[in-house]
Design a protein around this ligand. Sequence first.
Ligand SMILES: [Zn+2]
Length: 141
Amino acid sequence: MLDIQDIKALCNENKIAFTQHFMYRIETRGIIISDIRLAITNGEIIEQYPNEVGKRLQNKKGGKTMTCFYCKGTAESSTTKHFADLDTCVVIIKSVPCHKCTQCGEVIYDVTVGERIEQIVSNLKNSLTEIAVIQYSNVAA
Ligand SMILES: [Zn+2]
């Protein structure tokens, strides 16, 4: 079973991942990934589901495949489109690296990809463009 120190270490090593759905939810609530990092760094475990956590952490070495958070199917390396609806601008980021579940289609981002998406979207917040279509690889550092 993981303790909070294990979780903090995984967070510091960027070994955390988010579903695309989660990214959409935090975007609409104005939460950013650094808030989540801060919560983990200063947090404590208030409830734990050991069987679920064990299954979700079956990320195979090498990062080619991952176990889906929802259906426990295999999520393989892939790309997807990410949408962000800002007040003034709709952003479409194409060819975003992800893991995609071969069983249910769930999309999972590595934390570094999630943070890059936030950065891209943030840079367009004051844009005068109504629709921005961006190729992830052209803007990724
Ligand atoms: Zn799945």
